[in-house]
Write a protein that binds this ligand. Sequence first.
Ligand SMILES: Nc1nc2c(ncn2[C@@H]2O[C@H](COP(=O)(O)OP(=O)(O)OP(=O)(O)O)[C@@H](O)[C@H]2O)c(=O)[nH]1
Ligand SMILES: [Mg+2]
Length: 362
Amino acid sequence: MQIKRFKAKTVPEGLKRVKKELGPDAVILSTHQLKGKAGKDGVEIVAAIERDIPGRNESIRQGSLEHSNIKQQLTEIRETLSLIFSSKRFLYQLGPDRELCNLYTSLVLQGLKETYAWELLQAYAQKIEPEKTSGTEQQIMNRLVETLKTRIKTVDPFYKNGNSEPLFYSFVGPTGSGKTTTLAKLAAHLKLNRSQKVSLISLDTYRIGAIEQLKIYAQILKVPLRVASNIKEITEAIVDFTELGTDYILIDTIGKNFLVKEHVTDMKKIFDVFPQIQHFLVLPANAKDSDLTNVIRTFKDMPVHSFLFTKIDETTTHGNIINQILRFRKPVCFLGTGQRVPEDIEKADEEKLCHLLLKDLV
Ligand SMILES: Nc1nc2c(ncn2[C@@H]2O[C@H](COP(=O)(O)OP(=O)(O)OP(=O)(O)O)[C@@H](O)[C@H]2O)c(=O)[nH]1
Ligand SMILES: [Mg+2]
C-alpha cells in the first residue's frame, strides 16, 4: 500500500490532485485544516492506494501451486494409510509371504476392494501350496487369471438359438454413460458383421438433441428408427418392427441421475409392460466404485440382463468394474473402448476382464 500526503488550498482541489496522482481507486484516510501565515489557510489530505508489488502475483501463484501439491501428497498419504489400516487384518492373514502381500497391495491399488483382493489371493495361495514356489512372472499371472476367471461371468446376448421372433434390448444407465453411442456401435455390429435386420426405438424425448443424435446413426446405418414417448407408441413400434421381420430391436432410453430411486421406478413402470425386453445396464468404467455400486443397487428391481461397461479406455485402473461383477454376480456383455462408432466395442470375455485388472501386476 502506498500512502501520500497532499496539501492544497481547498478540499476539491486536494481531491483533484489525489485522483491525478494516485488514480480513481485511491482511498482518503484523513483530511484536516491547516493554519497558514497571514490568513493563508489550506487543507491536508492523506490518501492511500493498493499497489501491485512486483513479483507478488507470481509468488501467490507459486504458493497456490505448492499448496495444491501438498494437498495432493496429503491425499496420497491418507489413501496409503487407509489402505494399511483397512488391510491390516488381511495382510496379517496372508502371513509372512512377501510376494502375496505385494500382490495384495497392487490389487488394492488397482481399485479392487480389500475383501475381494484377499479372497482372490487366498484361492491363489492354495494353488501354489504344493509347489512351494511362486514361479515366473508369466506363471504367477496365469495362476491369478485362472483364479479370478472362475468368479467372472460374461455373456453373448445376441445368441439367437434359431428363434425367428425379434429380440429386444434396452440400454439403460446414468447420464452420459454411453448408451446411445454403444447402441449405435452394436446396431452396426449386428447389421454389418452378422447381417441381421435391426430396428431402433428411442424413448429419449427428454434431452435436447437426443433424437437427432440417434437419427444420424440410423441414417448412416440405413436402419429404421421410431421415437416413442409412451406405452402405446412403444407397442405400436414393436408391432410394426415385428411385422417387418426385424431380428433385433434396440431401445435407447433417457439418461437420468439414477442415484434417485424414483427415476428407476418411473422407468420400471414402463418396462414392466414389456417383459420381453432385456436390459443392458450401461456403466462408465471411470466412475467411482461407490457411485457404480449405488446406481446398480437402485436398479435391483429391474430385470437387468447384464452389465455393459463403457469408457474402459478412460481409466488406467479397472478394479472398480471387477468389484461390481464380484459384488452383484451379474454377467458382462460388452466393453466400450473408445468414442469411435462402430469400431470401439469388444465382446466381453473372462480372460480380457482379468487382464484389465492384472495387467500391471507382475
Ligand atoms: N472414451 C470413451 N468415450 C465414450 C465411450 N462410449 C461413449 N463415449 C462418449 O461419451 C459421451 C456420451 O455418450 P452418449 O452415447 O451420448 O451417452 P448417453 O448415455 O447416451 O448420454 P445421455 O443420453 O445424455 O444420458 C460421448 O462423448 C461419447 O462419445 C467409450 O467407450 N469410451
Ligand atoms: Mg443418449
